[in-house]
Design a protein around this ligand. Structure first.
Ligand SMILES: C[S@@+](CC[C@H](N)C(=O)[O-])C[C@H]1O[C@@H](n2cnc3c(N)ncnc32)[C@H](O)[C@@H]1O
Length: 195
């Protein structure tokens, strides 16, 4: 399968299926070496999905899962009926997302994008378990520039750990967004909603 992954060519593939049940919705995604959250759903991602609340009907809403990885967020949202875009810079992750969507007969637009470079739409919601290890500049690019890709009254939902600098991030987000709310805190993970 190595030919699928331009940026992960030399990593041995070890695909595992992860079954998920969140808010009464069951689905699965695949993990692999070189992709975030190997062999399981990340606790923070699960908390984000359990906490995420939306108005109206998913069928009428467009949502971006930025840094989608293997797809646990976007696949869940597709199953709920949202119009979903999923982006990442990891080719192997994008492949896994597409594979799981196709098998479950779900539709989402999965594409390569470094932050918003290939994002041309505006969304009702942008949701992310954002990359921390990429450094502050890229992290802030993803979080602060989400506002330019949100519709009026759109919302950004993210999860971040306290020890990864949640407090500083929240302070800085308040300089960019009208409202920044901590909607949940559990085991050192913060779910942050920005409008
Ligand atoms: C913490 S992981 C979350 C993955 C997945 N959403 C989940 O919850 O399991 C962050 C993701 O951001 C992706 N990423 C890193 N740098 C990026 C960038 N510049 N633009 C978009 N995504 C990026 C990583 O490849 C990784 O898949």
């Amino acid at each position: 399968m190595a030919h699928y992954f331009t940026n992960e060519q030399n990593l041995r593939s070890e695909i595992r299926k992860v079954d998920v049940m969140i808010n009464g919705v069951d689905y699965y995604f695949y993990t692999d070496n070189g992709v975030f959250s190997k062999g399981e759903l990340d606790f923070g991602t699960g908390l984000l999905l359990k906490t995420f609340k939306f108005d109206g009907y998913p069928q009428e809403k467009r949502i971006l899962d930025i840094g989608c990885g293997a797809g646990p967020i976007g696949i869940y949202l597709s199953k709920l009926g949202f119009t979903v875009d999923m982006s990442d810079v990891n080719e192997r992750a994008l492949h896994l997302s597409k594979m799981a969507l196709k098998e479950q007969r779900l539709k989402a637009n999965v594409f390569f994008s470094d932050a918003y470079e290939n994002v041309n739409e505006n969304y009702d919601y942008i949701i992310s378990n954002p990359p921390i290890r990429v450094g502050k500049e890229k992290l802030y690019d993803i979080i602060m520039n989400a506002k330019d890709h949100l519709k009026e009254n759109g919302e950004l939902w993210i999860v971040i750990r306290k020890k990864q600098g949640a407090q500083t991030l929240i302070r800085d987000m308040k300089n960019v967004y009208e409202k920044v709310i901590i909607t949940e805190k559990k085991k050192g993970y913060y779910i942050i909603l920005a409008k």
